[in-house]
Ligand binder design. Structure first.
Ligand SMILES: Nc1nc2c(ncn2[C@@H]2O[C@H](COP(=O)(O)OP(=O)(O)OP(=O)(O)O)[C@@H](O)[C@H]2O)c(=O)[nH]1
Ligand SMILES: [Mg+2]
Length: 367
């Protein structure tokens, strides 16, 4: 073993191991189908229960996870400024009155070549497909802040919609807060729907400009999708436009027995959610490719008297990178720990005592 000494930063409380052992069985969030807390509530209301599975897809960094969190006003999905924050399918569950929305957060769509080039897990390709297969409706999140990519739907998006063309879909033009002039949005709606929508409204069939071009027999590059049921203009970060999306989804909801209890908000194990939250903040705090080289894993997890006690170990490839992550006098590690702690408080709505430890797997840096 070539592990060096460990560095760590504990945020707030420290607990002894005996306490931790005592409460490891006391898991917080049950991902299994509904039972316990709301069982009696669900049973008595079974006839009126409605539910909707929504697959949220789009390119990396389009704002899919932020969209889900702010749509349901609950930070369930870790987010970051860098790409590939979400690496696996995960469900955010939102129960409101007799409606249960299940939002599938997915990794950004990538090609086989990108998976190979960036050594991404297979889940990058399989998760969006799995979520679309189970979906009642597909939400496509499209980033309009990037002027180089906003004028067309990426071919991977169009391919995904084609492969699931029987499932209704809607488009969310996201990050509208970044646009100085909103006029560009009307043009984007026209282009991205192949002229089937204008100003967010579906046109009657005869009005489609794309049909005219068929008459002229000029082959055109397909840059949009003609079958969106609705278009929304939104800013996932400010919440602008999300109210309309929520009303739309609640209307689409179908009579169906709930899969989860009214108190469930995720199908993830809390340990996995904690590790994903640490990983997301490392992406924000560390430069360029460095955070992608780190490996985070849970060391312990327990709950006692309503407080979550947890520790995450981050393995750095070299001591140079470990020092970079910890900063002078562990200042950066402290900042990261505090940030993740406040994220987790928002997620679990409970006090959190988090320790992040670091370790270097090589004694000397390669440089
Ligand atoms: N200005 C602005 N930024 C946004 C908006 N929505 C998301 N972002 C930012 O975009 C970045 C990526 O957001 P995420 O929600 O992590 O994006 P994602 O699509 O889930 O990314 P991956 O999981 O990596 O595919 C973050 O820095 C967000 O704060 C928005 O409406 N406006
Ligand atoms: Mg994400």
């Amino acid at each position: 073993m070539h592990f060096l000494k460990r560095k760590f930063f504990v945020n707030s409380l420290i607990v002894n191991n005996q306490n931790l052992l005592k409460c490891t069985q006391n898991r917080l969030y049950n991902s299994s189908p509904k039972e316990k807390p709301s069982e009696s509530f669900s049973k008595s209301n079974e006839n009126s229960e409605k539910s909707l599975n929504v697959a949220v897809i789009g390119m990396p960094n389009a704002g899919k996870s932020t969209f889900i969190n702010n749509l349901i006003s609950h930070r369930v999905c870790p987010t970051s400024r860098k790409v590939h924050t979400t690496r696996n399918i995960s469900k955010a569950i939102h129960t409101f009155q007799d409606n249960q929305l299940i939002l599938f957060d997915t990794p950004g769509l990538v090609t086989k070549q990108e998976v190979k080039k960036h050594h991404l897990e297979n889940s990058f390709q399989s998760s969006p497909k799995t979520s679309m297969k189970q979906a009642d409706i597909i939400a496509v999140i499209h980033d309009v802040s990037n002027r180089w990519t906003r004028n067309e739907l990426n071919p991977s998006v169009i391919e995904s919609l084609e492969a699931h063309s029987k499932i209704p879909s809607f488009l969310v033009l996201n990050k509208i807060d970044c646009l100085k002039s909103k006029r560009v949005l009307l043009e984007l709606v026209r282009i991205l729907t192949n002229d089937t929508h204008k100003q967010g409204k579906k046109l009657p069939k005869g009005d489609h400009a794309s049909e005219e071009s068929e008459v002229e027999n000029i082959p055109k590059k397909v840059v949009g999708w003609s079958y969106f049921s609705a278009i929304f203009m939104a800013s996932a970060i400010t919440g602008d436009g999300l109210h309309g999306v929520m009303s739309f989804l609640l209307k689409q909801s179908k009579p169906k027995t709930w899969d989860y209890s009214a108190t469930d908000f995720t199908d993830e194990r809390p340990e996995d959610l904690i590790v994903a939250s640490v990983r997301a903040r490392l992406l924000d705090f560390l430069p360029q490719e460095i955070p992608y080289l780190l490996k985070s894993e849970i060391e312990y997890f327990a709950e006692e008297n309503g407080t979550i006690y947890t520790s995450v170990l981050v393995t750095c490839p070299t001591s140079r990178i470990e020092n970079l992550m910890c900063g002078v006098d562990n200042g950066k590690l402290r900042q990261i720990t505090e940030r993740v702690t406040s994220d987790l408080i928002e997620t679990f709505k409970k006090p959190i005592s988090l320790t992040i430890s670091t370790i270097a797997s090589k004694k000397k840096s390669n440089t």
